[in-house]
Design a protein around this ligand. Structure first.
Ligand SMILES: *[C@@H]1O[C@H](CO)[C@@H](O)[C@H](O)[C@H]1NC(C)=O
Ligand SMILES: *[C@@H]1O[C@H](CO)[C@@H](O)[C@H](O)[C@H]1NC(C)=O
Length: 410
């Protein structure tokens, strides 16, 4: 059956200005992939720490990949200078004008590789919404189409119709999962909105059978709530990390190109401390350690469905790209002077079983057969208290979604 649907949208609203050309370079850069991977992991982790501190015990979900995608769109329009250098470094792109476009080509290949993964549905869309009467430089418009397949639409921000148009676009690109991002009209001085939308749907490699969905307890730390638990017993990626005081499992999606990693603090350890102590390199460590340690696990995860949205201006400024919010941008990409006024992010996530399981079970069954002969007792991994997670694409090391759950009922 069709499973978790995740949606994410990132926004950058800019208010205007004039077009720069970026030299095309065919030069390849071996360090590019490494830089990009570590930039994304660093961002995912550091943003997590900021949000964890700010929001305390609230459920959170965000998409590092989607946020990067929107920032990369605006990067295409920036002229040479300190703002572009700052954003390029932040994203792990080359600052060197000659190889900046190579970075874009590389990022665009990452998106294509994520989109064309087997056994999952991933839609990634980019859109530029341009105020009537503003002319953006042709090169910028060409580049966003060439690299990111972006749609470019003229809209009127001096009436509701511009805002409605964007809300509908988001709703459409997220299959209705984010039906409305803006609840009031964007200010009339809005000149440009850049957006990136991501939709992800995948079946578990090991689905949960209906009879193993049971009412159970979840301890939020403040109270014990009744939840619907999905239970299973399989031989799966597992790690125990005594120094960081958590254990983690990897739940593969069909075809194993993507995995959901669940990070569960030790008994008596607080999730907030685990998030605080996570460093960017731990993402790869969790992925590597679990892969090397396939273990028989009896696991329970709560049925979860929630959405989250937040403005990210403050966090992005704190994380080092404040120039984007404080200097005029796109001065060579448009006819007026523009500044970024707001970055909004919304995401939602649902972990569920699926009803009409067929082929997914078959695939899983094959990998289970030999291992089921094992008579050892399974390790218990009961996600009955606050946990963190991330959804990871192995080929590109992309983090599609990251978040945590304090209360599945929220
Ligand atoms: C999105 O728009 C396309 C083209 O108009 C349409 O075919 C499709 O059904 C829409 N999808 C959703 C989920 O609204
Ligand atoms: C691997 O799994 C075993 C249980 O099978 C566990 O005791 C051990 O700590 C795990 N190793 C790592 C590195 O996580």
């Amino acid at each position: 059956m069709i499973f978790p649907l995740l949606l994410v949208v990132t926004f950058l609203c800019a208010t205007v200005d004039a077009g720069g050309k970026i030299a095309v370079s065919k030069e390849s850069n071996k360090g590019l992939k490494k830089n990009l991977d570590s930039a994304e992991a660093a961002f995912a982790i550091k943003l997590g720490k900021l949000l964890n501190e700010e929001l305390k015990e609230k459920n959170v979900v965000y998409s590092p990949l989607s946020i990067f995608n929107a920032l990369v769109l605006i990067l295409l329009g920036l002229e040479e200078g300190a703002t572009r250098d700052e954003l390029a470094s932040f994203l792990g792109f080359s600052k060197n004008p000659a190889s900046l476009l190579t970075s874009h080509q590389y990022f665009s290949r990452i998106l294509n590789s994520v989109k064309h993964s087997e056994g999952v549905t991933v839609n990634i869309a980019a859109g530029l919404f341009v105020s009537n009467g503003i002319s953006l430089k042709e090169q910028f418009l060409e580049d966003v189409k060439t690299y990111y397949n972006s749609e470019v639409t003229n809209v009127a921000f001096d009436s509701n119709s511009g805002t409605d148009f964007i809300n509908n676009w988001i709703s459409n690109k997220t299959n209705g999962r984010i039906p409305k991002l803006y609840f009031s009209s964007l200010p009339a001085n809005t000149k440009l909105v850049l957006s990136s939308a991501l939709y992800f749907a995948a079946n578990w490699l090991n689905p949960f059978s209906k009879e193993l969905i049971k009412p159970d307890k979840f301890n939020t730390g403040f109270s014990v709530v009744d939840v619907k638990m999905l239970t299973n017993e399989k031989t799966i990626p597992y790690t125990d990390n005594p120094s960081l005081r958590f254990r983690a499992i990897g739940l593969d999606y069909e075809k194993k190109e993507f995995t959901l990693y669940i990070v569960l603090p030790y008994e008596g350890e607080l999730l907030t401390n685990v998030i605080k102590n996570l460093e960017p390199q731990h993402i790869r460590q969790i992925v590597g350690a679990t892969q090397d340690n396939i273990t028989k696990i009896e696991y329970k995860i709560p049925y979860v469905k929630y959405s989250w949205n937040h403005d990210l201006d403050t966090q992005l400024t704190t994380l080092g790209i404040g120039k984007l919010f404080s200097s005029p941008i796109l001065t060579k990409s448009a006819s007026d002077s523009l500044v970024v006024s707001n970055v909004k992010h919304a995401a939602d996530i649902e972990f569920t079983e699926s009803g009409t399981i067929a082929s997914a079970v078959t695939v899983i069954g094959v990998s289970r057969v030999g291992l089921e002969l094992s008579v050892e007792d399974p390790i218990k991994f009961y996600v009955d208290k606050p946990f963190a997670f991330f959804i990871y694409h192995h080929e590109t090391n992309s983090i599609l979604f990251k978040g945590w759950v304090y209360n599945p009922l929220e």
